[in-house]
Design a protein around this ligand. Sequence first.
Ligand code: KIV
Ligand code: ZN
Length: 513
Amino acid sequence: MNAKEKLIIFDTTLRDGEQSPGASMTREEKIRIATALERMRVDIIEAGFPIASQGDFEAVQAVAQTVKDSTVCGLARALDRDIDRAGEALRGAARARIHTFIATSPIHMEMKLRMSPEQVLEQAVRAVKRARQYCDDVEFSPEDAGRSDIDFLCRVLEAVIAAGARTVNIPDTVGYNVPDQFGSLIRELVARVPNADQAVFSVHCHNDLGLAVANSLAAVLNGARQVECTINGLGERAGNAALEEVVMAVRTRPDIFSCQTDLDTTQIVPVSRLVAGVTGFAVQPNKAIVGANAFAHESGIHQDGVLKSRETYEIMRAQDVGWTANRMVLGKHSGRNAFRTRLQELGIALASEEELNDAFTRFKALADKKHEIYDEDLQTLVTEATITAENERVRLVSLKVCSETGETPQAMVTLWFDDAEQSVTARGDGPVDATFKAIENAVHSETVLQLYSVNSITSGTDSQGEVSVRLEKGGRIVNGQGADTDIVIASAKAYVNALNKMFAAPSRAHPQL
Ligand code: KIV
Ligand code: ZN
């Protein structure tokens, strides 16, 4: 049998993923996710857009200095100042890549850039040459390639490869393409660009029509050897191709795909949880691979089939993507060493002894309430510990809720807010509503609640509830998460988490892409 070609996995959760409204991440959060992506053996991590803000610059710099095995990439428009900033942020990286882009579709060139095709071509070449002064590994993207003229695309790609681009990435920026068409586009580009053999062809698909993964896979079948994707399909608007879906499709269908990735797929679910926790973008239960129901069988016929032979209804093994079958791992008598060892086994690395101590204290508190602690509980607990550690201006001290048939629920909340403790009371339509109103009475954030959702982390009535809250103020959106065996407390934690993000200075202001 022929050895399989490698499919390069380029993760852009920290860059395009962060462009989802409300998903912005701090430097520490980016380091945490980048470390998890590196452990999963992602080939390239696009860590951010260094020119976007000082915060983004520092985040890319910090990821570049932390990650050793994966290549760290910074995005830059085809402008000298963007490329210089990216080059500076990546200095010191073990492996660095600059990804530069300029739009090539008629609508973008005329309406957005107000440039002629010749000017665009010239600027693309100039950008690649400048990026090569900082590193050998340069990627070029003709933005909105999915709506660009193919003859012009061929000219641009030939010119940037000649100028030193080692990867040429074909973005379907607005998610307009369909699989057959996108696959043909890639096949034609690979065939027509004279120096195509000197670069890796990559794709970057958006999900506006729900086709991002299908388009990416069609491209792979037609010669693309790098896929740009994000954890949980996070990304601008409807998101990007979901990494977990691309990787598992290629792995599950070796009869169809002649390439393979180097990923450790058992890290998929832990990384998905980490990203959901950090961004506050909960994963829908029926999401492929990482949704809570992805391996659950409800119908009696299916259950019977799976019990007789798993392959009757399962095409993948849950443990191969990191699901751990709700295994009871620790209890209230477990010590710090057992806790640390299990975290290590789960691939969860805490940054310091202080973080470990903090997580262990939370573990003990949880074990007092919930006797059986599962891997999923540990993952949530650690994510929660790191989410709350930063930028804390509001802290929940205690909460008491009275809810009685026929009575209006009332919440009494004690908060630590701006270095002073205060207690507030409010009534509401339900216990959660009363709690949120009480918190508002203390902090007067004037935010608008846009989304509230609860998921149970494991099964059983003593499961922890994981709450996501989305707040909006003046067009700025933040997401918060909280977990607890008591869902009203989990809700209060999520609200407070979102408030802390809202109160923190916005870390970024993207220039126009
Ligand atoms: O969607 C897009 O075109 C992008 C480019 C910067 C690659 O994100
Ligand atoms: Zn994109």
